[in-house]
Design a protein around this ligand. Sequence first.
Ligand code: 9WN
Length: 712
Amino acid sequence: MKEARKILDGNWTGRYTRPSPGLYPHQWNWDAGFIAIGYAHYNEDRAMGEIASLFRHQWENGMVPQIVFNPKALGNYFPEPDFWQVPGGRLTSGITMPPLHATACLHIYQHAKNRRRAHDFLKDMYPKLMASHRYLYLHRDPEGTGLVYIRHPWESGLDNSPNWDRPLKNIHVDKTKLPPYERKDLAHGVPAEQRPTDQDYDRYVYLVDLFRKNQYHEEEIYHQCPFLVQDVLFNSILCRANRDLVEMGKIVHQDVGEVEEWLARASRSIRERMWSPERGQFDPIDLITEEQLPTATAASFMPLFAVAADQDQARLLYQRLNSVSFCALHQGNCFTIPNYDMARDEFDPKNYWRGPVWININWMLSQGLKSYGYREKSDAMKKDMIQLPARFGFHEYFDSITGKGYGSDSFSWTASLFIDLVFEYYDEDRQALNWLGRRKSRRLREVKTLNQIPGVIPEPVKDLAPKLMSSIGELKGLFYSVDRGRVDYEAMKRSREYGSYLESAAHLKVFDLESLVTREEKLAFWINLYNTLVVQGVVELGLNSSVREISNFFTHIGYNIGGYTFTPDDIEHGILRSNARPPYRTTAVFKGRDPRAAHMVEPMDRRIHFALVCGSRSCAPIRFYEADAIDEQLDAATRNFINSSEVVILPEKNKILLSEIFNWYKRDFGHKRDIFRFLSPYLDQDEKAAYLKAHMDTIEMEYLFYDWNLNH
Ligand code: 9WN
């Protein structure tokens, strides 16, 4: 979070925020929207200033330019005002970009602490936003289709997207007639293989030349321009912006009739005209050839963000989006969502809009998926969007397979959307505020004993422990998925096996704990019971998103065992951690002469942390432990955890990112060097492990964001 803010501070010029320090020194249109969304959480002045600064350069016809040039920063980008030659000597380019600003303004208002100021801001922006949408409908939809066209790939924001390969082929460039120009984008350290080609640039320049020859007269350009496309992403963002503008208009008591009409027409036209039934997705329309372009980019899912797709369309989109083509849920070997179908030969993991993961696209899609109820995917995307910059840096785009960052670094919208996501994620999850005790979540008034089963009278049962263990093993086999770290809570609750487990668990009340003799028996017994107690707690309390819905979950559910109550915290910190103080608590769980202390499993085994399941995505996947294999099993669990995404070594940054578990349990793992010594034997032997060994003294250590969302 600190690093994200630092990036925005570094890119802030006093009036606007540069997308990145070297490559993009001026103000960009849709970047300003994404950037304001992050600022809205902690710096309202800058959030409003960012948008206001862009709109100060709105053209008289209503167009909001793609770039507003900074006169003090000229000379490092191409094309700049000398090349654009727009009328009136304005310091802007002569094209536009996806109109995200109404969405950004509403977001600023919704998060504002100073509501009155934000209200004034909305009031001031409303007519300007109306004028910008009116420009689009008037000049970019001359036939009144409800869909607007773009006339340059830069207007799409996705410059060299494979979507434009076909329409750009229609442009026959005669090099001798092209005005001379010099690319500047390759002078900032970004390799050419990550940027558009020279052929692309020839076409970009050809189009700009055509615009300036026509002195930016929309009608003439419409008749001459060889690139006119009704783009799915552009129209979806406009449709969403109409939706947000309606809401904004109502807040500031304006007549919203006109924008309501735009909204209705845009939604219908997207749904009906852009839908391709054969491909089961939305595709752009090339107005030159009058054909729909068969595409394979993430842009075709964007009507989810607009909330313009109908339910059947959304279902089909989801199927495609959540497939190996775009990195499916739990696929495990990729980051979601790359911009181009990974299954295609032309998928290029490094090249700009032709394969990498972009945070802004994912941010919009995750919102869209949430609106249609695809919560799990939406949350998983958020996690990736937080993890990618946290692990690999605040780059412009990322490799879906390795996570490596490409393009420019210190990229503003990656930082600002990261800030938004962290705020939203923590907010939804209530974790951060719960720790501080500020947020109201449900609290259990007294300990809820989960093995008191109506109609079952506890009685001594021969071999209860092995019976229970095998019953737990059965549940695990049926309802827990080790690979995915998921539990099917719903199906489990309804099952016969769960009923019979509960029945056996009721007899724990009269169980003789002395009958557990060996360390192995005890470890397996307590770990399995802990894990089942947590799962049962989630089921019985009907939790939907996180164990944090109950602020005292780990101390207020329990089993009665041998006449004593054992909560998850009693088992973890009392029994399995030799009564060590739980993190964020001032006292141990067994106080004074607590008889339960007699059953502690000693000495403490640190590997339990990779076997205890806390019902969250960041904790260990549930396994079933057996006394006669417990040591190998604990080793395997530890190895798995340590080689998962919860421990990341980044030699290029001389950094290691570790699960919060190592932070919370410093007492068990010790400090930096002790942790590294603990990790070393478990690390899969590769160059990263070797790096850690060689740099133990200098490597920097950071803790990872902990995902408290339920593992269902
Ligand atoms: C041209 C600023 C912009 C983004 C675009 C991205 C890239 C410019 C360029 O950078 O485009 O507009 O020079 O490549 O494609 O989406 O707004 O961050």
